[in-house]
Write a protein that binds this ligand. Structure first.
Ligand SMILES: NC(=O)c1ccc[n+]([C@@H]2O[C@H](COP(=O)([O-])OP(=O)(O)OC[C@H]3O[C@@H](n4cnc5c(N)ncnc54)[C@H](O)[C@@H]3O)[C@@H](O)[C@H]2O)c1
Ligand SMILES: [Zn+2]
Length: 361
C-alpha cells in the first residue's frame, strides 16, 4: 500500500492506494475525526458488488451508516438527482456529524462531491473510487460538478476531499469498456507530462487491459502523483497550469454534449478529443507528425475508438463554443509540443479546427 499526499496547506489530504486500502477506511476516518455518521452515495451496481463490505467496515468501527443509491448514468450529475440527494441527506442529518462518502465512479464522485460542497456550505467528503478513471483522475483534485442541459459540468465547486481511498481490488469487476475509458485518461497524463509513462503504456497495453495487478498499481500511482503535482501548483485552475489536464476535453465534452452522454464513455469521448487536439498541434506547427502518429496508435492499442460516427461537424463546433474553457469568442485548446509536453493555445483558426475534427469523424 502507498500513501500519496496532495499538499494544499490546510486542505492537504492523503490518497491511499494499493490492494486492501479499503480495509483501512474506518481507522483512517477515526484518525481524521471526520464525524460520526457516514452518508454513502453510490449506485446499484457498486452497492451490489461492494456495498456490504464497506458498510460492515464502517459499522464495526461504530459509525452510523446511511446509503443513498442514485441512478447509474451521467443523469446522476443533474440538478434533479443532486437536490433529491441533498433533501434526503437533510432529512437524515439531525443531531449528527455527518460526512459524505462518494462510493463509485466519476459520476458518483462528481455528484457526491457537489452535494458535500454545497450542503450546509460544505461537510467532509471522502472519495472511495471504484473505476479506473475515478482512481487515476476524478477522485483527486477537488473538482466537483453537475451538468446542465446547456452543457457538461456547468455547475460546481472546487471542494477537496479529506481523504481518498483508492483500492485496485475494486477493478477486476469493471467491464472492459470502462477499463479502456480509464486508460484514455492515463494516456492523457502520459501525453501531457510523462514521456516515460507513455513508453510504459506502449509496452504494457495488454497487461493493463487484462487488469494485471503490478501494471495497474504502477500506472495508478504514477497518474495520481502527476495530478497531485499539477493541482498543488494551480488548485483552482487560475494560473493556466491545471488547464493542461483538459487535454482532449474541449472536443471530448462537445461530443458528450451532442450525443447526450449516451453514445460514448467519457474516456472514449476524450480519446477522440486527444486525437483532434494532436491534429491541431501538428497543423499549428507545434507537434511532429510522428508523435501524433504515436498517440494515434497508442489509442488504438487500447482499443479506444478513433472515429466517431454520425456526428455533425457544425453542431460539434457550436457545442465547443459553449464550453466554459473558452473565453468569450476565443477558442482555447491544450496542444502538444512533444509527447510529454503540453501548452495552452488560443485562437486556433476555424479552418484548422474543422480539418482536425474531420480526422475523427
Ligand atoms: N472531477 C473530475 O476531476 C473529473 C475528472 C474526470 C472525469 N470526471 C467525470 O467522471 C465521469 C466519468 O466517470 P467514470 O468513467 O468512472 O464513469 P461512471 O461513474 O459512470 O462509471 C462507469 C460504470 O462503471 C460502473 N462501475 C463502477 N465501479 C464499478 C466496479 N468496481 N465494478 C463494476 N462496475 C463498476 C458504474 O456503475 C458505471 O456503470 C464523467 O461524468 C466525468 O465528467 C470528473
Ligand atoms: Zn476526463
Amino acid at each position: 500500500m502507498e500513501t500519496i499526499t496532495v499538499n494544499l496547506g490546510d486542505r492537504s489530504y492523503s490518497v491511499i492506494t494499493g490492494e486492501g486500502a479499503v480495509d483501512q477506511t474506518a481507522a483512517r476516518l477515526k484518525n481524521l475525526r471526520i464525524g460520526s455518521d457516514a452518508y454513502i452515495i453510490t449506485n446499484a451496481v457498486v452497492e451490489k458488488l461492494y456495498g456490504k463490505r464497506l458498510r460492515s467496515i464502517l459499522k464495526r468501527a461504530g459509525f452510523g451508516v446511511r446509503v443513498k443509491v442514485v441512478p447509474d448514468s451521467e443523469r446522476s450529475k443533474s440538478m434533479k438527482t443532486a437536490f433529491d440527494v441533498i433533501r434526503d441527506l437533510a432529512s437524515s442529518d439531525i443531531n449528527k456529524r455527518t460526512f459524505v462518502i462518494a462510493f463509485g465512479g466519476g459520476v458518483i464522485g462528481d455528484c457526491a462531491g457537489f452535494v458535500a460542497a454545497v450542503y450546509k456550505r460544505g461537510i467532509p467528503l471522502v472519495h472511495i473510487p471504484t473505476t479506473l478513471l475515478a482512481q487515476v483522475d476524478s477522485s483527486v483534485g477537488g473538482k466537483t460538478a453537475i451538468d446542465l442541459p446547456e452543457g457538461k459540468n456547468l455547475v460546481g465547486a472546487f471542494y477537496q476531499p479529506r481523504i481518498v481511498i483508492s483500492d485496485i481490488a475494486f477493478l477486476p469487476s469493471l467491464p472492459l469498456r470502462q477499463v479502456r475509458a480509464g486508460c484514455a485518461e492515463i494516456i492523457k497524463y502520459a501525453a501531457i507530462s510523462d514521456a516515460g509513462l507513455f513508453s510504459f503504456l506502449e509496452q504494457n497495453a495488454a497487461a493493463i487491459l487484462s487488469a494485471d495487478r503490478e501494471a495497474l498499481v504502477h500506472v495508478v500511482n504514477r497518474c495520481i502523483r502527476i495530478k497531485a503535482k499539477i493541482v498543488e501548483k494551480d488548485e483552482r485552475e487560475e494560473k493556466g497550469l491545471r488547464t493542461i489536464l483538459n487535454f482532449g476535453h474541449t472536443v471530448g465534452h462537445a461530443i458528450e454534449t451532442v450525443t447526450k452522454y449516451t453514445v460514448y464513455t467519457h474516456g472514449e469521448a476524450i480519446a477522440f478529443g486527444m486525437l483532434a487536439a494532436a491534429e491541431i498541434s501538428v497543423a499549428s506547427g507545434m507537434l511532429d507528425k510522428g508523435d501524433c502518429a504515436r498517440l494515434r496508435s497508442l489509442i488504438a492499442d487500447f482499443a479506444l475508438p478513433v472515429r466517431a460516427k454520425n456526428l455533425d461537424l457544425d453542431k460539434l463546433i457550436a457545442a465547443q463554443y459553449r464550453d466554459k474553457k473558452f473565453s468569450g469568442s476565443r477558442n482555447r485548446f491544450v496542444v502538444l509540443k512533444a509527447i510529454g509536453t503540453a501548452v495552452v493555445t488560443e485562437d486556433v483558426p476555424l479552418q484548422i479546427l474543422r480539418k482536425a475534427l474531420r480526422t475523427i469523424l
